[in-house]
Design a protein around this ligand. Sequence first.
Ligand code: UDP
Ligand code: MG
Length: 324
Amino acid sequence: MKSHPLKSISILVPMFNEAAVLPLFFETVEKVLAELPEYRFGYLFVDDGSTDGSADFVRELARRDSRISLVVLSRNFGKERAMLAGLDVTEADATIVIDADLQDPPSLIPRMLALWEEGWQDVYAQRSSRAGESWLKRSTSRWYYRVLQSVSRVSIQADTGDFRLLDRECVMALRLYRESERNMKALFSLVGFRKIAVPFDRDRRAAGGTKFNYWKLSNLAVDGITSFTTLPLRLSSIIGVIVSLAAFVYLVVIVVRALIPGGESVAGYPSLMAVILFLGGVQLMSLGVIGEYIARIFSETKARPVYLTSEVRLGTPGIINQRG
Ligand code: UDP
Ligand code: MG
């Protein structure tokens, strides 16, 4: 690696069908970067299987501008994996992960860089408001973070997305986590390092629609929990023990009552049904929980690649893996 007087910063942009906002995105970020001549910036666009020509726009930019790198994934792998694809090729001194839809305000970049210079290694943007998101989405997300925090030992940053500046050391650490059921928010917390928040107001999307629906979000939420903690497994065993103890006590009561002369023996259909249904429910739930973890073991043991690239076009600065 050649040494250079200026520190290199890579702007990592995962994108999936963002052609409508890319020109505005590029223009907006350019304005911010123009105010920061003391750094060497490079763009690293990761095209996550877009079908709307997002990659063509970037190719066109790259033709005129050597700061632009493009990694094209062979299909849509999801944002979590697209980010890893970007982290795998960046070798800048710091990498800024930012959404293409301008919901992550580029105007925060100077502040992030200033904190990085102070020695912070993971400068994450923290939402203090979320415009254009429904009450349901906001409250489910709030509760999700609360639950996740209470069940895991590492501290989790609430109201944070993936918009953050990562020091090279953080990037190196994140590369070591190759699981394919990824939840970046979990991983950012797991790797540790010196973290600091930068509060901001989250804007509406500049154009296009969200790429996440409740189905994708709830999958991400389950991945978050199962990749952080095995507490649900423990919980289902505890519930199992409590319910079996209660059932055993009840069993004794029933047997004793049946043995006492004159005690009832056949009545009690309602209580019987109640117990059977309750136990059945608890069993199914525990099986489901175990199944969630087995599913993860299954997909990890296959050790499939986390993503595949169909094109890697590397510009300067701060990009590695130049295989020619
Ligand atoms: N994204 C991606 N792959 C996907 C879905 C989304 O790379 O499968 C990108 C998308 O292009 C955007 C960022 O991830 O740059 C955030 O997506 P989106 O704005 O749809 O999410 P939201 O802001 O609604 O959480
Ligand atoms: Mg968005």
